[in-house]
Design a protein around this ligand. Structure first.
Ligand code: SF4
Length: 379
């Protein structure tokens, strides 16, 4: 039986961080209430899921979903349960920002069915937090983690970002050490990307900060792989690390080609075969569209056979420990990777970016750092 994931986008934040290019805006209570109603309506009007399909992950992302009340979160989950068959023990994640939750709100989220918390710590250095325009402090992060544990959350993920403006290798090491000492079940560790339309890009253009140094970023990545491994975390994806058995089941769907259905503005969906579609990006336009016709889909694409096999290859390679089984890939996509990409494979192998172990093609740690170069060869 095919198992799908549900993604719910909540596009509200307290303030906009300087590096952010997500579809999100300032929280307004009245708009949030209309938005939640629209999401529930969109979920219930959804017409595509196969009759035998079960949902085993629900993920509230954003934005800052923890700005919703637990009653609003419960209403959205109830709409998912009315429309889909939700598996026993489904993973239900809520992204939250440090400082936006109290003991009471966390209890409310748990009662609503949330069993996994993911939050953007980003850094434990107050100056770095300020530079990023974050509204929380490092103490908020520590307190939020303590409150999560106290209210019974046993599956917690943090995000940290490396390569922040003016960040030194030593500062990154201190961040990593503090995160690892807190023992979250899961860590997402990203290298900063500067998106051109963001205030951070303007600040760099104006000379306020230097552009991130790729050599320093590479060293930070190497340290992160080494320290997480020593602390008992498995690097199961290029940017994701977990204690044994604590992979993000929802995010695995994106990398393994499983179906996922997104609701809310800017949400993307994939039917697990070849169809992709996405929603209106603007929150108000999304609400208006759902209120009028029950849907806000603005793009639809059908992948051809070539796109599908290239995508399966580069998404599969992101999963560092699993890699891509070349026989299975050939049986499913009628493509002989060893023959079709013989020259590229030889070149990457010689450069130490990939290994082929029996039938399994994997990226090496060096290949994970240069993954875009490797993926480009397959697209
Ligand atoms: S909290 Fe997250 S989604 Fe909101 S502005 Fe900051 S980075 Fe963007």
């Amino acid at each position: 039986m095919s198992r799908a994931g549900i993604y719910i986008h909540i596009p509200f934040c307290r303030a906009r961080c300087s590096y952010c290019d997500f579809a999100t805006g300032a929280y307004e209570g009245a708009l949030a209430e209309r938005y939640v109603r629209a999401v529930a309506r969109e979920v219930e009007a959804f017409a595509r899921a196969a009759a035998d399909e079960e949902v085993d992950t629900i993920y509230f992302g954003g934005g800052t979903p923890s700005l919703l009340t637990h009653a609003q979160v419960a209403r959205v989950i109830a709409s998912v349960r009315r429309r889909f068959r939700v598996a026993e023990g489904a993973e239900v994640t809520l992204e939250m920002n440090p400082g936006t939750v109290t003991r009471e709100t966390l209890r409310g989220f748990r009662d609503a069915g949330i069993n996994r918390a993911s939050f953007g710590a980003q850094t434990f250095d107050e100056r770095e937090l300020k530079r990023l325009g974050r509204t929380h402090t490092a103490d908020d992060t520590r307190r939020t983690l303590a409150l999560l544990r106290e209210t019974g959350f046993t599956n917690i993920s943090f995000d940290l970002i490396a390569g922040l403006p003016e960040q030194t290798l030593g500062a990154w090491e201190r961040n990593l050490d503090e995160a690892l000492a807190l023992r979250p079940e899961h860590l997402s560790l990203y290298l900063l990307e500067v998106h051109e339309s963001t205030p951070l890009a303007d600040q760099i253009r104006q000379g306020r900060y230097r552009r991130p140094d790729p050599d320093l970023a590479a060293e930070m990545y190497r340290v992160m792989v080494e320290r997480t491994r020593r602390a008992g975390y498995e690097q199961y994806e290029i940017s994701n690390f977990c204690l044994p058995g604590r992979e993000s089941r929802h995010n695995l769907k994106y990398w393994t080609g499983a179906p996922y259905y997104g609701f809310g503005c800017s949400a993307h969906s994939f039917d697990g075969q070849a169809l992709r579609w996405s929603n209106e990006r603007d929150a108000r336009a999304y609400v208006a569209s759902v209120e009028e016709k029950g849907s806000a889909v603005v793009t639809r694409d059908e992948l051809d056979a070539r796109d599908r096999r290239a995508e399966a290859l580069f998404l599969g390679l992101r999963l560092l420990s699993r890699g891509v089984n070349l026989s299975e890939h050939r049986a499913r996509y009628h493509c002989d990777v060893r023959a079709d990409f013989a020259e590229d494979l030889a070149r990457f192998n010689e450069a130490g970016l990939i290994t082929i172990d029996g039938d399994v093609l994997r990226l090496t740690p060096a290949g994970a750092l240069l993954s875009n170069e490797v993926f480009a060869a397959f697209v």
